[in-house]
Design a protein around this ligand. Structure first.
Ligand code: RTP
Ligand code: MG
Length: 156
């Protein structure tokens, strides 16, 4: 597999605001589970502009960045850690190409074909590499470093 082993890999999936507001959550989860992924963590969160800009920092110089931030902050999202062998590549296969309008033609069974609209409103996110996945999982799910850190705060 692409992470260099036959072990389980993890990736980050997000159901974007249009996926939530369009009531696609349960259908998407059904596809995820039927495809052999385990959903090991999940969280509903309303991103603010700073969160969204940090998450998509790699796109900060792109012409579509402002629209992307507006889109990703337009309502709550569902963030999920998905586990499976070769999870990063398999989840990208399952969601289909970025442009959901094209996905409806070229990848009609993909998740983006099911619930997306166009190049921007494509209803789901998937990490693009093993390294991105680990960074993105840490971004949303800070793993407690030790037992005695539980309940304490960073801003002391
Ligand atoms: P994602 O990161 O959300 O899984 O999507 P991706 O890898 O397939 O595509 P990426 O190039 O990383 O773009 C991130 C998100 O920005 C929006 N986008 N808008 N209007 C445009 O030209 C444009 N291009 C990209 C999409 O929401 C895309 O998923
Ligand atoms: Mg991307």
């Amino acid at each position: 597999s692409s992470n260099g082993s036959d072990e389980e890999e993890r990736t980050l999936g997000i159901i974007k605001p249009d996926g939530i507001s369009g009531n696609y959550t349960e259908r998407i989860k059904q596809v995820i589970l039927e495809s052999g992924f385990e959903i090991s963590k999940e969280m509903v969160i309303q991103l603010d502009e700073e969160n969204a800009a940090n998450f998509y920092a790699e796109h900060s110089s792109k012409s579509f960045f402002t629209n992307l931030i507006r889109y990703m902050t337009s309502g709550p999202v569902l963030v999920m850690v998905l586990e499976k062998e070769d999870a990063v590549a398999r989840w990208r296969d399952l969601i289909g190409p970025t442009d959901a309008g094209k996905a409806k033609i070229t990848h009609p069974h993909s998740i983006r074909a099911m619930c997306g609209v166009d190049l921007e409103k494509n209803c789901v996110h998937g990490s693009d590499s093993h390294q991105s996945a680990e960074r993105e999982i840490a971004f949303f799910f800070k793993e407690a470093p030790s037992e005695d850190a539980v309940g304490k705060h960073d801003e002391l």
